[in-house]
Design a protein around this ligand. Sequence first.
Ligand code: NAD
Length: 384
Amino acid sequence: MLATINLPRILRVGAGASRQLVATLAELGLTRPLLVTDPFIKSCGYCERLQTPLDAAGIAYGLFSDCVPDPTTDSVYAALAVLRDRDYDCVVALGGGSSLDTAKAVAVLARHGGLMRDYKVPRQVDSGLPIIAIPTTAGTGSEATRVAVITDTQTHEKMLCMGLGLMPVAALVDFELTLTMPWRLTADTGIDSLCHALEAYVSRKANPFTDSIALTAMRTIYQNIRTACAEPDNRQAREAMMLAATQGGIAFANASVTLIHGMSRPIGALFHVPHGLSNAMLLPEVTAWSVDHAPARYAYCARYMGVATDADSDEIGCAKLVDALRELLVDLQVPGPQAYGIARNDWFDSLQLMAEQALASGSPANNPRIPLAQDIVQLYERIW
Ligand code: NAD
């Protein structure tokens, strides 16, 4: 199998990486950045961490700070209007996946025009303004993916958009920016990363390059997520989680996500469940439904994460993996859709539409066990 791997041109990883923005711009020959972030990140001082050195270097920049969680086409168009106001030569995204994806969408629309829905898969968009990504969650891995997820304000579809135009040219991966993440956000974004790693490893598009990165990422996340939640100031756990999140992004962007993400996006779009949380709701049940179609791969994950031993058969390894994921959800207090507050009628009335949207994203076709629409409906019923 021939694997094609896409990565940012520059990855700076470690404490203080975000303070290297001026040097990174200079290295890339960029001089007129638009900073893209959300209101919380602007208010908590992280934005200043970028602005002070930019001011000191005499670099004139613009600021859009109205990104919204699970970015909508409306919010993307608002950011685009700010970008078109002046002659910016790049976008600098600071925040969680929502700010990063907003900036990516703007970078592509600035170059090519049109509407965001013109860029949803299967279209691949190959160019855009240069993007520098600075994540503050650990995380979506968006800093290292050629992916943006934007919700269409009119249809409520959470659209998957892909292509090299959405790949950041540089990523500054600084775990110090995650020390303020509250417990719930740490848990949800950490499970998002765990799903990236696990899905990349069992994906039909998995390859030897992504396998090793995915395995390392899943073990690191499994071994550190509870500590990162319980001890928010634990720098070692935060650093481990941040690196693993970027690795999870690299793994899934080059091997694809599968059924969990495919089913998760419609839940987010229709019921406004945070992305990591909707993944978490699905993780054990979708894994249990899939293991029989790639038992050796899933059992290897269990051994690598330390929840099964070399002495365990693949069958036992798979069972231990599912048990460990169920336990993790209990420890991380992940609610089901019902406990989250979704009304029963709304959930059951939407199952067919959610199944259609999941299949249309293409992600379920990468799963070891490929579902029909009725299988997806049954899985949604099961997690209710
Ligand atoms: P987010 O960006 O939606 O942020 C959620 C909340 O956390 C916001 O209120 C934000 O202000 C706050 N926050 C961010 N960093 C913080 C910090 N350090 N301390 C305290 N609060 C902080 O969250 P997310 O989970 O990172 O991103 C989710 C989005 O990313 C979804 O839209 C999802 O579909 C998308 N996504 C994209 C990719 C990709 O490759 N492009 C991959 C996975 C997910």
